[in-house]
Design a protein. Sequence first.
Lengths: 100, 499
Amino acid sequence: MIPLEYYLSLSAVLFATGVIGVLTRRNAIIVFMSIELMLNAVNLSLVAFSQYLGSTTGQVLVFFVMAVAAAESAIGLAIIIALFRNKQTLNIDELNLLKW
Amino acid sequence: MLQHIIDSSHLFRPETALTATFCVVLLVDLFLRKRTSMPAYVAVLGLVVTGWFIAAQYGGAPATLFSNMLAVDPFSIFFKSLTLASTLVIVLFSLQSNELRDSKRMMGEYYALLVSLTLGMFLMAGATNLIMMYLSIELTSMSSYILSAFTKEADDSSEASLKYVIFGAVSSGLMLYGMSILYGLTGSLDIYGINRALIAGNVNNVTLLISVVLMTAGFGYKISAVPFHFWTPDVYEGAPLPVTAFLSVASKAAGFAMMMRFFKVTFIDAAVGGSYLGSWISVPGFEWNHLLAILAVLSMTIGNLIAVWQTNLKRLLAYSSIAHAGYLLLGVVVLSNEGYAAVLIYLAVYFFMNLGAFFAVMMVANKIGSEHIDDYKGLGYRSPLLGVCFTILLLSLTGIPPTAGFVGKLYLFSALLNAKWIWLAVVAALNSVISLYYYLRILRNMFLTQPDPAGAPIRFGAVQIVILLMFVIPTILLGVYFGPLVQYAQASITMFTNR
């Protein structure tokens, strides 16, 4: 039996990696991958808590999170394609039409 | 169990009507492609039916649906009415918008997405379970991502939308992490269950604080409070104007509805306090309202200060809406029924003045094709009626009597003073003064500079003038005769309380 703390630490590390990825990466697709990492870290901690507390509601939320994350990345990729047709780039530093 | 589901679906009629409208609008668009404004009329019909179902819920006893997933109570009915009114107005705006007409896109999808956005906001207004809160916030966000990229040939529209998606996804990720911690601490996803667990004690306050800070990121993103506001100016500038107007009013209202319900139900000991003026008792040892006070000060100050340099009207209104989120947060900070009623009053007033201001900007953009402040030079001479109407709306946004904006601020400030938050009231008053500067800059351009020799008088269609007056007249009227609104708001803060 692996203690709860191990799962929570792994989840925190994954989440932090995701946040750092969002903040430092310049390619829009990699930013989206980092966001998925954040959501998966959340899923891990929810499942761990659910197991620890012996209640299933947390696992129900995980299913919703997975479904919503898929829909969100579909929309995100569609917008990336629309943008790429206009600007021929995925580098978010070059998306500087709108600032301040 | 079956009986409960049947009872729930009776109270779920407005949402069901919206879902049906969504499908019908798409089908109409599919089969009647030639008639481009047909989807809009179908959408209006569906929204009117929804309004009828909501009207039937007025005066009913507070109830909970689908095993504590949603609440139907005066509080959620207030926000549903406000959202529905904004959607109807936005359909009118969209029919008048040259920007959307020129995009030559299938408008059926546009109206269908507006309806699904409204559905998301309805659910946000009633959500009493963390799962429901997450799903409704995502439904709202996803519809608005697509809507803000609707004119996707324009560079700024798709760029704004990408920024919106990234910020939205990150904040909902942060919020989810907060939710998972809260779930781990209390063992419940139902906010009444969380409340019981918190009152029972044995909860580590530091962990609870971390979870609340993370959840505030999600709420702050929806209501565009600093420091979660970075998407706001870009999206407001890049999105088509009717969408911007919708996001600025309805999205903010729905965000506030969800946040106010979450904080009140989760962190307030419902057994203590209950009189109208009486303040509430927070769960021992945990002062979450100080966190919101910091957000309020940051939003007001940063929003107003950055708005001073703006030259694009849409961007200026975006920063002004950030500042307004700060004012609205003041009502949540004071922890009393009076504060919550003040937020509701302010949101109702904000509906008229902000939508009116956006419509005036759209009318001008339709004619002169620009939202730059320099192009407003002499506009008061080129179109006196528009100039006067816009002036009234801007003065109301500043909060100068006898406009409705003054009434909204008055109630917020008096709630603050009654709760002894003197320093916060002083900061808010100073901020109103800063905001006066940038609103007056527009007025100066409109009236104190003569038009260019080329500036011929501008004539607007009768329909557009009627729509504009629909906002300007209530803005003045509510400034002098606000009794019914105040009473309605005070009656609307009743929330479903669990046993």
